[in-house]
Every structure is written in C-alpha cells, then in structure tokens.
Design a binder for this molecule. Structure first.
Ligand code: C2O
Ligand code: CU
Ligand code: CU
Length: 476
C-alpha cells in the first residue's frame, strides 16, 4: 500500500481557487504500457465492443470501469486513407455511441448523440477518410452521459497513417520511439477505487482529479531510446487543461496538430493542451538519463477569462505528468529533427461567405444552465444550417472562464486569438481550441450532415457539454 499522505496534506490546505495538484505515487517504477494496436489497414475494417469492465489503477483493488474491447479505454485503431468499415457492438447494458473525434466523415457516420447504439445493438458504418495522417480519437457521446461514460473509460485513439512517416524522418516504431500518451486525471477513494462523484463545484469547473493517469496507468515510467522520440499526446481528461514542458528544459518540437502535420517542426516554449486536443511533439533524449513531462496547474476560474484566463494561472505550481527514463538498449532510429515534414499548411485566408458568432455562456442557475448563444442543447432543435463546401468564419467568445471549443465534421484554422495571430500550437489544422477571450475560426464542411444526423459544436469540458454547452447544425 503506497502512501498518499503528502498529497493528502496538500489537498487539505487547498482552497477552492488553488486547484488540487495531481501527484504521482512514490513507488517502484513500472514501465508505461502502450494501448494495444488494432490495425485495420489491411482488412479495411475494424470492430469495437463497448462493455463494462474492471481496471486496477493503483495495484490496490479493481475499479468498475468501461471500455472498448478491454476493461478501460480502447485499442489504438489504425486506419489508412480510403474507406474503412467500422462496427460498434454494445455489450455495456446502457446506450453508447462511438464518435470519431477528428475524422471528417458524413454526419451519418459521425457517431454523435443521434447515432445511439442501444444495449445489445450493433452499429455499422463506413468511414470515408480523405484527410491527411493524424492522431484522432473516439469516445461515447450520449447527450447528458458523455462525462461519466468517458470518465469510466469509453474512449480510445484512432490514428490515420499513410505509411510515409519514414520519408518524413518521423519516428514511427510504436511503443519504442513513437509513443501514444492518453492523459487523464482521476480521483480514487481510500481503497484505490476510481470515483466519479461531481460536486457543485465540479459541475461549475468540470471534474478534476488529483492523480495523473497515462494510458490508464498511474505510476508508469516511459522508457525511451536516447534519440528523437515522438510523443502523440491526447488530452482525454474531462476538464483539466495542461500546459506542458519537459522538466529539464529539453526542447519540444511540434510536428502535428489535430488535423495533420506542420510543414516543419516548430520549437515550443510550452504546449497548451485542453480537453479533446491532440498534439504530436518530438523530443530528443540524446544524453538524457531521466526526464519528465510536467504541467503547470491551470486554474480555470469563473470570471477570469476574457483573454486573462491563462495569464491569471501563471505561477500556480507544477506537477509531473509522466516520467521518462532513457534506455540505451533501445534502438535510436532517428537522431535529428526532420527539416521538412508535411505540405505547407495553407494560410487561413480572408475569404468567407458566412460569419457566425457564438458565445459560450456559463449560467449561474440552480441547474447549471450552460449554454451557447443563450440556448442549452436540445436534441430536437437545429441551431443552424451550413452549406457543403463553403468556407465559414466562426467567432467564438468565452468571457467568464475558458472553454475548449470543438466542432464535428471538419478541420479548421485559427485566424486570430483576441485580435492577435494565434499561439504557435494553434497554427496548424485544428478541431478543438481553448477559447480564452475571443477566437476566429475558419472552416469548411466537405461532407453532408442531414437533419437526422447533424454535427455538434460544443465545449469539451465534458461536464459543461452534458449540462448543455452544445449545439448542432446540419450541412446541406
Ligand atoms: Cu470529442 Cu463532440 O466530441
Ligand atoms: Cu468530435
Ligand atoms: Cu466549458
């Protein structure tokens, strides 16, 4: 039984404003395990089976969880450009969906709240993927139940690969120099069982944990070769925002955002990653013995956004997300950063036919009352209609706290943040961005989404989404 006393002592002194710092257990190092691969590229099809399960996070006692094809989370599904057939079987005993977050697919294949898979039922769909290689993900998306279901484990990673990463000079040996890292924060009870019991405060700011969990593991240590390693990061936390750096100050070079590669590696001072976002960075571990990915504590406090949210969080402390140990026995395949990776990302441009304005409003009422443009989500109400192939400008505001804004069915470009050019990590293709004040997003929908299978736009703090900070639109 490991000691959590120091962490508990910290929590006892924590106020509602100074959020708990996730701490890792001081215990014998365990090697970080990658999620299993489900490679659908040769067959052109894959199956997921949602079911309740159990998972032991702390080595103390199993927690009741849910997952796809396993007890907690799902496999890393790998698909190639072209058509892939997806089958989702529901053995969970409650309704689920499987939304392909980051895939540009028609509304009917999107897996949003309207594509419910009833208990015992099976959903089959075809994913016509024409977008470039990317790290996407999938998760259940039942309206009002997304937060508890994703928290329980109904989420996984989906990678689009075109087999050309070798030419690009990018590490691609899965689990060796190409690591998938699913970042989550969780709470556990005295017996080491995961708990999801949102308080009133959690309903306001989202459910935050005080333990870091990476790939479903609490105290994993990632072994890496002493060369260039690719970290594919997914923030699958319900509400926690990370601002990541390497503890040693070792450089992090951004090579991909949610929708694909950047033209060249981009050196970052730190990497902002809010719920739903993905990023791929290269880190050169040459000469390292150990290092760690660390995060600032970001306090997402009501009333502090309007471009002040992240700045107001400066200096609130740090915690370890994941420890690394360099293993000279692992092969170094890439020993320098590539000069050129992808095609140029087109400039966002100015041309647009429709400007839409959204504000994310956090109600203060008794029942939560989260809304977009004053309206809480309603399954029967269509919020707007977009036109296939047309470029639109979306202006999104969040004044009282920061909200990660996600749009289904597209990849977009960030034109500006608070009137300025976007932060470095927002310069590529995106599908989720942290709104801290106002951002302008330029997007286009290439597939249809009929009224019975619309796309969603929503805050990816899952408690906010479930409480109504979501809207829907069709694409005609
Ligand atoms: Cu990651 Cu609408 O979802
Ligand atoms: Cu999505
Ligand atoms: Cu929100």
């Amino acid at each position: 039984m490991r000691s959590r006393l120091s962490r508990r002592a910290f929590l006892a002194g924590a106020t509602a404003l100074a959020l708990p710092v996730p701490a890792r257990a001081q215990s014998a190092a365990r090697r970080l395990v990658m999620p299993p691969l489900l490679d659908a590229r040769a067959a052109g099809r894959f199956s997921l089976r949602a079911a309740a399960g159990q998972h032991d996070f702390l080595g103390e006692s199993p927690s009741d969880t849910a997952g796809f094809n396993r007890g907690y989370l799902g496999p890393v599904v790998r698909i190639a450009p072209g058509e892939t057939e997806a089958t989702v079987e529901n053995a969970a005993g409650f309704a689920v969906t499987s939304h392909w977050h980051g895939l540009e697919v028609p509304g009917e294949a999107d897996g949003g709240p309207h594509q419910t898979v009833a208990p015992g039922a099976t959903w089959r769909t075809v994913l016509p993927v024409e977008q470039p290689p990317a790290t996407a993900w999938y998760h259940s998306h039942i309206h009002g139940q997304t937060a508890p279901q994703v928290h329980a484990g109904l989420a996984g990673v989906l990678q689009i690969l075109d087999g050309r990463d070798g030419d690009r000079g990018l590490p691609s040996d899965y689990g060796v120099d190409d690591l998938m890292l699913v970042l989550q924060d969780r709470r556990f009870d005295q017996d080491g069982r995961m708990v999801y019991r949102p308080t009133m405060h959690d309903r306001m700011v989202g459910h935050l944990g005080d333990w870091m969990v990476v790939n479903g593991q609490v105290d994993g240590v990632a072994a890496v070769p002493p060369g260039v390693v690719r970290l594919r990061l997914l923030n699958a936390s319900n509400a926690r925002i990370y601002r990541l750096t390497m503890r040693s100050g070792r450089g992090m070079h951004l090579v991909a955002t949610e929708g694909g590669y950047l033209p060249t590696p981009l050196a970052l001072d730190s990497l902002l990653l809010s719920p739903g976002e993905r990023a791929e960075v290269l880190v050169d571990f040459a000469g390292a013995e150990t290092d760690a990915l660390v995060s600032d504590v970001i306090a997402n406090m009501p009333m502090l956004a309007g471009g002040q949210g992240l700045r107001a969080s400066q200096g609130r402390g740090r915690f370890t997300v994941l420890d690394f140990t360099a293993d000279a026995g692992l092969p170094v395949r890439i020993d320098r950063l590539p000069d050129k990776i992808g095609d140029d990302v087109p400039e966002p441009g100015q041309a647009h036919d429709i400007a839409r304005a959204f504000s994310l409003d956090m109600g203060m009422g008794m029942h939560g009352g989260f809304a977009i443009n004053g309206a809480s989500f309603a399954m029967e109400r269509m919020d707007h209609v977009s036109k296939q192939g047309q470029t639109e400008l979306w202006r999104v505001r969040a004044d009282r706290m920061m909200h990660p804004f996600h749009v289904h069915g597209t990849r977009f470009r960030v034109l500006s943040e608070n009137g300025q050019p976007p932060r470095p990590e927002y310069r590529g293709w995106k599908d989720t961005v942290l709104i801290d004040g106002e951002a302008e997003l330029l997007m286009r929908f290439n597939h249809p989404a009929p009224a019975h299978a619309p796309y969603m736009f929503h805050c990816h703090i899952l408690e906010h989404e479930d409480a109504g900070m979501m809207g829907q639109f069709s694409v005609a």
